[in-house]
Design a protein around this ligand. Structure first.
Ligand SMILES: NC(=O)C1=CN([C@@H]2O[C@H](COP(=O)(O)OP(=O)(O)OC[C@H]3O[C@@H](n4cnc5c(N)ncnc54)[C@H](OP(=O)(O)O)[C@@H]3O)[C@@H](O)[C@H]2O)[C@@H](O)CC1
Ligand SMILES: Nc1ncnc2c1ncn2[C@@H]1O[C@H](COP(=O)(O)OP(=O)(O)O)[C@@H](O)[C@H]1O
Ligand SMILES: [K+]
Length: 523
């Protein structure tokens, strides 16, 4: 009985941790449980109790004694006032900054009561300058317009000070869905996201504000959540979701041709190292057979670095790019389980792109593969390919490929959704929070490291991804999930490497060495 409950709770925790909601969805979910009878005030007490407990864990009275609480006009402010009251009872010296004259009813009641408890309440921030810690309860998912005076000045003043700040639900000032700072926003040390992950916290533009983000689960029933959430389904990649699609277990009687055969088409005389890095990424995927097509003149270099791979030397242009694919006898593109094409090709390798597009194999296009595709202007014809296509642009490549859609620097999730709809491809938009979309399904990689912002790390991802797709052809795993797993694996290797070597120590070659440690750590 105990075990059953335990596993039930673990399964719930996993499901909750994958869900991502917009402000409107969160409002609808809360509305649903309030309609069913959960009192608003009771929920606020519960949530604020959980927040208080976590603050005490992170900032015990032995280390922090004076806490400043910023209170807004809505229920985010209400949460903050209950936290103020509870911290006061726990022995902290609490002071409140409440710059609004009109508060929602419940928030107003809590404001009256903290005054009765003789907790000092000020309209300005200055009297709180000596606090050791701040709790930001100005705005949560109810914020819909830019911050104006005086609250924008309060936020700017807070950001200039050096004390830690815990934001309740979202750093105040951030748009709940796009993560954009509306005028200005609190730069938090910690963000305690309440109930379900808000989409804005997973957008790159929010990351300077969010700090260390964690979810405070307050037991929203899964049935009520599922009743509200419809397509598009936006999910956070978790270790469990990523590991589930990796080819970890092999049949004892398998052989190399059953473990996938990947063809990489990459490199040029100018970009030799890129081809090596892509090959090393593929090697780490565990793929059974690896063939790498490169210009003839760099074949010896590739052979020296990747002795297990079949290196195919191809005729080259004067500039040292692949002029045409010259596969070994009795081999054509359909001999492979997957093809990954693009890193280091240069746009002089244009003729080979049409060839791979015409093939009936799953295809990953990256870097110059994407640049050539953008020049051809044929993104929409990918729908008619006989097999799936995965595009892995960074924001610059994305804008060249999809010039007339959502700006990926403004709303990455909306951008990948528009791109997959236009092209029919699986689209992986690289960045600090890589987003992957296919049809109605969107995955976001919630954890990474800026250590990866370094030439060559994307090439490693292309090889790794190609190798995983080649191994999955006989399995019934949605392609978008394999792509999401590759993004997760790649980032986790970066995190692990940065932990050991600092963020400066993760060159792309080093990154390839850490890939296998990720899998052994999590599986
Ligand atoms: N419901 C619950 O019980 C639970 C809710 N929870 C908590 O409630 C939070 C959501 O509460 P909320 O909906 O009251 O919105 P919130 O983010 O506090 O602020 C909106 C207020 O600000 C105002 N306003 C907006 N923009 C403004 C601006 N630029 N400048 C000035 N004012 C502006 C706007 O009023 P308006 O002026 O538009 O009439 C409104 O009054 C959520 O994030 C979580 O913390 C959790 O505890 C779970 C249980
Ligand atoms: N700030 C960052 N935080 C986390 N990951 C990042 C960051 N910047 C870049 N990355 C990751 O690093 C990789 C860079 O790929 P890309 O831009 O194609 O570079 P290259 O072509 O030089 O290999 C991508 O996987 C991207 O998601
Ligand atoms: K807040």
């Amino acid at each position: 009985m105990f075990n059953q409950n335990h596993s039930h709770l673990a399964a719930r925790r996993e499901q909750i941790s994958r869900i991502v909601v917009t402000a409107q969805q969160m409002r609808n979910i809360e509305e649903r449980i309030f309609t069913k009878g959960m009192p608003v005030a009771a929920l606020m007490e519960k949530v604020a109790g959980l927040i208080t407990r976590r603050i005490i864990e992170l900032y015990p009275l032995s280390q922090v004694s004076r806490i400043g609480i910023l209170v807004g006009p809505g229920h985010n402010g209400g949460d903050a006032l209950v936290v103020a009251r509870e911290l006061h009872f726990q022995g902290y010296q609490v002071a409140v900054c409440s710059p609004f004259s009109k508060l929602k009813d419940l928030t107003s009641q809590h404001a009256q009561y903290v005054k009765i408890l003789e907790i000092p309440v000020h309209e300005s921030l200055e009297p709180l300058a000596e606090c050791d810690l701040f709790i930001d309860g100005l705005f949560g998912f109810g914020l819909e317009r830019s911050l104006s005076s005086p609250v924008d000045q309060i936020v700017n003043q807070l950001n200039e000070w050096s004390q830690p700040v815990v934001s309740i639900d979202l750093p105040s000032g951030l748009h709940t869905d796009t993560g954009e700072a509306l005028g200005t926003a609190v730069q938090a040390t910690h963000t305690f996201c309440l109930g379900l992950w808000k989409l804005g916290l997973l957008q790159d533009q929010a990351l300077d504000y969010v700090g260390a983000a964690e979810l405070i689960d307050f037991d929203l029933p899964l049935t009520d959540i599922q009743a509200i959430l419809e397509a598009p389904k936006i999910q956070r990649i978790t270790p469990q979701s990523a590991i589930a699609t990796l080819p970890l277990k092999r049949s004892p009687v398998t052989h190399k041709y059953k473990q996938g055969h990947l063809l990489l088409i990459c490199g040029s005389r100018r970009y030799t190292g890129v081809a090596i890095l892509t090959g090393l990424g593929a090697r780490a995927s565990g793929v059974g057979m690896l063939s790498i097509a490169v210009p003839e003149s760099i074949k010896p270099l590739l052979s020296a670095q990747l002795p297990e791979a079949l290196i195919i030397g191809c005729p080259e242009t004067e500039s040292g790019a692949i002029a045409q694919l010259q596969l070994p006898e009795k081999t054509d593109l359909s001999s492979f389980d997957a093809i990954a094409c693009g890193p280091g090709l240069t746009v002089d390798a244009k003729p080979i792109l049409q060839e791979v597009l015409d093939s009936d194999r799953p295809l990953v296009l990256d870097a110059d593969g994407l640049n050539i595709l953008a020049q051809m202007g044929t993104t929409q014809t990918l729908q008619h390919r006989q097999a799936s296509t995965v595009l892995t642009p960074h924001a610059g490549e994305f804008k060249r490929l999809f010039p007339d859609t959502v700006d990926p620097t403004k709303d990455r999730i909306a951008a990948v959704r528009a791109a997959t709809e236009q092209s029919g491809a699986v689209v992986l938009l690289k960045g600090a929070r890589t987003a992957i979309a296919q049809a109605d399904c969107v995955w976001v990689n919630p954890e990474s490291t800026p250590a990866l912002a370094r030439g060559g790390s994307g090439d490693v991802l292309t090889g790794l991804l190609g190798g995983l797709i080649a191994q999955a052809t006989s399995k019934d795993i949605p392609l978008v999930e394999i792509v999401a797993s590759a993004a997760w694996w790649h980032s986790q290797a970066g995190i692990l490497a940065a932990d050991e070597r600092t963020e400066m120590g993760v060159d792309a070659f080093t990154l390839t060495k850490y890939l296998m440690f990720v899998v052994s750590r999590f599986s």
